[in-house]
Design a protein around this ligand. Structure first.
Ligand SMILES: *Cc1c(COP(=O)(O)O)cnc(C)c1O
Length: 461
């Protein structure tokens, strides 16, 4: 064994303690550090030859890189929908690395069974029934891709061809309908060989809404004259957190032949609160469902879950049968369900957080985030020179400059907020108007943080 490696092995407990000390220091200071780092990253260094040992690497990292990391784990990073990592989930994540399990299959370890238990908990949390099976993937983009891959196989079944064997060309033109799809849907369609341009926008409801007009969807499906289609319903749009009427869409199945995929990346968490659960009423009727976990469950990157009612078709798409791995029989191994072969035990951080805080603890995070978003919305609307682009429906405040909000002026506002170090919001365009989004999804965020955010935006105006 290389001498430095042998040294590290003999000092492993001390090394883990040093990493723990750095992590604890960083997390204790996450509220105080600049929320984003705008300075340029250091120049690259040459590949080390001798090696500094783990303590040396830790020192180098702390000195050269750590100061440039963002405060995205902290309470005032409101860009995208970022979430954070609960204390228990960080502990679970560390142990994922320490145990280094490969959850492609079940042989020789209970890790796969732990992933199954966690998927079962999540299914219950989001109000899905036993008919949905699921697996961990890296994020909502991967989850949407898996769901749409199963949808693609289902189209083949309806048309009497096997896409997994004959390729997507066997399908002819594919019809994908959606009101306000996330950009990852187009990406998934590209990856799947269906094509980005096959995504046909369906009109949304009038009156500052992003939810699909179910009547218009009905008409679009009728126009297909019985050809099977894929409908992507959106439960929580990124700009205004609007929700399609899932129950009404599912009811269209009585008259039309389509696969219903629901992108509930963060909107799925509405199910945790009796106050907001009606927004995802009908989710269980979906054929496939995407929920991100590194967003509102507050587990570390990267983790999401995908659910489907047609595991048989999922196996047809993803199975990786070979003489040494064996054909999937009975309950298929995860290797036969997702794009990966070898897989990290992504379930463990989620298992830890759900075990530690339960349904109630996670519900509290969701409800607090929503009430703080509403508070910020009201306060921003009351500031001279600012206005809301849409009502605060759940956890996102979409706002802009009064008057003529040109992209340059809005960008300058975002830059000034970021430069203050106090908060981070990201630009968007909503209804043709440039604006900014402040998305609440971090477990730490408090009323004091809202004061600091308001202060930062008010000064930056
Ligand atoms: C964030 C998001 C995605 C993509 O999620 P990743 O985890 O970044 O892949 C997809 N859909 C919606 C609605 C989202 O909010």
């Amino acid at each position: 064994m290389h001498r430095t490696l042998a040294d590290d092995l003999s000092r492993l407990p001390e090394l883990l303690q040093s990493a723990r000390d750095l992590a604890a220091r960083e997390l204790a200071g996450v509220s105080g550090r600049p929320v984003v780092q705008l300075d340029k990253a250091p120049d690259r260094e040459a590949l080390p030859t001798g090696g500094a040992g783990a303590e040396g690497a830790l020192a180098r990292f702390a000195e050269r890189w750590a100061p440039g990391f963002s405060g995205s784990a902290g309470p005032r990073y409101l860009g995208f929908v970022t979430g954070g990592a609960t204390p228990a989930s960080v502990a679970g994540d560390w142990l994922t690395s320490a145990y280094d399990q490969n959850v492609s299959g079940a042989v020789g370890s209970w890790a796969t069974a732990l992933e199954r238990e966690t998927v079962g908990w999540l299914r219950e949390l989001f109000g899905l029934g036993e008919a949905h099976s699921g697996a961990f993937v890296t994020g909502a983009t991967a989850s949407n891709t898996v769901g749409l891959a199963v949808a693609r196989e289902w189209l083949g079944e309806r048309l009497g061809v096997s896409v997994s064997r004959d390729g997507v060309g066997a399908l002819g033109p594919v019809h994908v309908l959606s009101g306000s799809p996330h950009s990852s849907i187009g990406k998934a369609l590209s990856v799947l060989g269906i094509g980005r341009d096959r995504l046909r926008p369906v009109p949304v409801l009038s009156g500052n809404r992003e939810a699909v007009d179910v009547g218009a969807l009905d008409a679009a499906l009728s126009a297909l004259e019985g050809r099977p289609a894929i409908v992507v319903a959106n439960a929580g749009t990124v700009n205004t957190v609007d929700f399609d009427d899932l129950r009404a869409i599912a009811a269209l199945k009585e008259r039309h032949d389509f696969w219903l995929h629901v992108d509930a990346a963060f909107g799925g968490f509405a199910a945790l609160s009796p106050s907001y659960a009606a927004l995802v009423d009908g989710l269980d009727a979906a054929d496939s469902v995407c929920v991100d976990l590194h967003k509102w469950l507050n587990v570390p990157y990267d983790a999401a879950v995908q659910f489907t009612r047609r595991r048989d078709l999922q196996v047809a798409v993803f199975h990786n049968a070979s003489p040494y791995l064996g054909l999937p029989v009975g309950e298929p191994d995860f290797v036969h369900l997702t794009p990966e072969n070898s897989r990290r035990l992504r379930a463990l951080p989620a298992w830890f957080s759900l075990m530690a805080y339960g349904r109630d603890g996670h519900r509290e995070i969701v409800e607090r985030n929503v009430s703080l978003a509403r508070e910020l919305g009201e306060r921003l609307a009351g500031l001279d020179g600012l206005c809301l682009l849409a009502p605060v429906r759940l956890n996102v405040v979409c706002f802009t400059l009064a008057g003529d909000p040109t992209p340059e002026r809005v960008d300058a506002l975002a830059q000034a907020v970021a430069a203050s170090g106090e908060a981070f919001v990201t630009p968007t365009v909503y209804g043709g108007t440039p604006g900014l989004r402040a998305a609440f999804s971090n477990w730490r965020t408090s009323a004091d943080d809202v004061e600091r955010i308001i202060g930062a935006v008010a000064r930056a105006r």
